[in-house]
Design a protein. Structure first.
Length: 480
C-alpha cells in the first residue's frame, strides 16, 4: 500500500511558531488538491475541544484539520496533557481521559501505551491521507527529555519526514538557538529547511548569520516570515493568551489560576471587540465594564478560593447589583450557581462548595467526564436568535438542579440558565461566544459576519503570506 508523505515542523523552542507554520502548510497543500491531515503526537494544553465522536483533542489540531479541510480525528492528537499544577496533569489518551496522573505516572504511560498509540495513529494517517503535516513539541534538542519525546525524537528516529525548523527571532539569540538545536537533535540529516519567524526589522541584517549557519550546518534557510500582527488565529495553549490580543475594558474576563479553554475568547478578538483580563491588582476595572465573563476552569474549587482571597468575588457581586451582565461558561457557570457538590473527591477533599448564588443552579461532580460535540439553539424569553449552532462540552460537573429558565435547547432539552432579568447567564457550551446573536445581545453590537467566515479568511491570509515569504518548492517536490 502506498503511504502518504510526512512533513515534520520542528521548533527551536515552545512558542516559536510551529503551530502557525503547520496550519499554513495544511491549507497550502489542501489548496493544491492533496488530502491532508495534521498530527501532533503529544500536546500539553488546557485548550481542547470535543469532536464528532466525543473524543477530546487539542484545539490546535482541530484548527489544523480545519485548515486541511478534513474532519478532526482522535488520531491527529493521540496524547493530550492538561496541566493541573503540583506535578500532576489530566491525561487524555486517544480522546479519552485517564484521569489526574502524577508526573511519574504519565511519563510511564507515554513510554509504554502512549508510544504504541502514537505509532498506530501516525501509521493510520499515513495510510489514509496523501500528506501528514506533523507538529513537534517544544524543541527536539531537549536531550534530558528524549526518552519521553514522542513528538520530535520518536518521529525523527522511526520515520523519514521532511523536516522544517522554525525559530522565533523575537526571543533573541536566534542563530545560537538554531545551531544548538541542529547539533543536539536526533537525526539532523532529516532537516531540510530553516525558517526565521516573526521578523519586524530589515531582513538584510540577518544575511551574515544565515550564511554562517548554512556554511556550518549545510542546512538551507527557506525564508523569513514577517510578524503578522493583522492575522489572528486561535492559540495552542495558555502561553498564546498571556495578553489580551485586543484590549477593551467593556468586556472583562476573570483570569483565575486554573482558567482553561482560552479559545472561548478568540471570537472577541476576531470580531474586533477585545477584552481585558481581571486579576487581583486591577479588579477595579470591573466597575467600568458592560460584561463580565467567568471562563472555564480546570479546578473550580481552587479558583473559587482565589476569587475570594483576591476580592474579585465581592466585585462580581457588586457588578451584579449594579446591573452588569455576567456570563459563566462551564466552570464559570458552576461558580455562578448556588452549590457545587463533590462527594467522590474528584477535584476537592471538601464535599461541597458554595457558589456566588447569582443563578439558582447546583452541580455535582462524578468521575465520568462529559465530552461531546453539541448542536444548540438559544431559546428563552430574552433572546431572538434563529437557527441552530454547534459547540462542545467538556466537563466533570453536571447540573444537579436548576430553577432558572434554560438558556439554550440542545438534544430536545433545556441547557444552561438565565436569570429572570436576562443579565446573568450560565452555560456548559464552549464556543457560544462565536454566536453573533449572543454577542450582539451581550454588548449591543451589530455583528454581520460569522466567526467561521473570519477564521477561514485568516487561515487563507496566513497561507498566502507563507507562500509569499518562504521557498516551499523543495517541500512540494517531496510530496509530489
Amino acid at each position: 500500500m502506498k503511504q502518504g508523505k510526512l512533513i515534520l515542523v520542528l521548533g527551536t523552542s515552545s512558542g516559536s511558531g510551529k503551530s502557525t507554520i503547520a496550519t499554513a502548510l495544511c491549507r497550502i497543500l489542501s489548496d493544491r488538491g492533496y488530502k491532508v491531515a495534521p498530527f501532533k503526537a503529544a500536546n500539553m494544553s488546557r485548550n481542547s475541544i470535543s469532536i464528532e465522536d466525543g473524543s477530546e483533542i487539542a484545539r490546535a489540531q482541530w484548527l489544523q484539520a480545519l485548515a486541511s479541510r478534513t474532519q478532526p480525528q482522535k488520531y491527529m492528537n493521540p496524547i493530550l496533557l492538561k496541566p493541573e499544577g503540583e506535578r500532576r496533569s489530566q491525561m487524555i489518551l486517544m480522546g479519552k481521559s485517564l484521569g489526574s496522573l502524577s508526573l511519574e505516572r504519565y511519563q510511564e504511560v507515554m513510554r509504554n501505551e502512549g508510544m504504541i498509540e502514537v505509532k498506530k495513529s501516525l501509521d493510520h494517517l499515513l495510510e489514509t491521507f496523501d500528506v501528514v503535516v506533523a507538529e513537534g513539541a517544544g524543541s527536539p534538542a531537549e536531550v534530558n527529555l528524549k526518552r519521553y519525546d514522542l513528538s520530535n525524537s520518536f518521529i525523527l528516529e522511526n520515520y523519514d519526514p521532511y523536516g522544517i525548523l522554525v525559530a522565533d527571532i523575537e526571543r533573541g539569540g536566534v542563530f545560537a538557538s538554531i545551531l544548538g538545536t541542529i547539533e543536539l537533535m536526533s537525526n539532523p540529516e532529516k532537516l531540510k529547511g530553516i525558517v526565521i519567524n516573526k521578523m519586524r526589522g530589515e531582513e538584510n541584517l540577518l544575511k551574515p548569520g544565515i550564511e554562517k549557519i548554512e556554511e556550518r550546518t549545510g542546512k538551507e534557510f527557506i525564508g523569513i516570515l514577517p510578524f503578522l500582527g493583522n492575522i489572528y488565529l486561535p492559540g495552542e495553549d495558555s502561553l498564546d493568551y498571556e495578553t489580551e490580543g485586543l484590549l477593551d475594558t467593556r468586556v472583562c474576563v476573570v483570569k483565575y489560576p486554573f482558567m482553561e479553554n482560552y479559545s472561548d475568547l478568540d471570537p472577541l478578538v476576531a470580531f474586533g471587540i477585545g477584552f481585558s483580563y481581571v486579576v487581583e491588582k486591577n479588579k477595579s476595572i470591573m466597575n467600568q465594564s458592560d460584561l463580565i465573563i467567568l471562563p472555564g476552569s480546570k479546578n473550580v474549587f481552587k479558583d473559587i478560593e482565589f476569587l475570594k482571597t483576591s476580592g474579585i468575588w465581592d466585585n462580581i457581586v457588586k457588578a451584579r447589583n449594579a446591573g452588569r451582565k455576567i456570563v459563566g461558561i462551564c466552570g464559570g457557570f458552576q461558580i455562578l450557581g448556588k452549590a457545587i457538590k463533590d462527594p467522590d473527591g474528584v477535584q476537592s477533599a471538601v464535599p461541597e462548595y458554595r457558589g456566588l448564588g447569582l443563578l439558582d443552579s447546583s452541580f455535582i461532580y462524578s468521575r465520568k467526564k462529559t465530552t461531546a460535540k453539541v448542536s444548540y439553539s438559544i431559546r428563552n424569553a430574552h433572546f431572538r436568535c434563529e437557527g441552530t449552532r454547534e459547540g462542545y462540552e467538556i466537563h466533570y460537573g453536571s447540573v444537579l438542579e436548576s430553577r432558572d429558565e434554560a438558556m439554550n435547547v440542545t438534544g430536545g432539552k433545556g441547557e444552561g440558565a438565565i436569570s429572570s432579568d436576562g443579565k446573568v447567564i450560565g452555560t456548559n457550551i464552549h464556543g457560544i461566544l462565536e454566536n453573533r446573536c449572543f454577542i450582539n445581545y451581550l454588548i449591543g453590537t451589530r455583528l454581520e459576519v460569522d466567526y467561521e467566515v473570519i477564521l477561514e479568511r485568516n487561515i487563507d491570509n496566513l497561507a498566502k503570506n507563507v507562500v509569499e515569504h518562504l521557498d516551499i518548492s523543495g517541500m512540494l517536490d517531496y510530496v509530489h
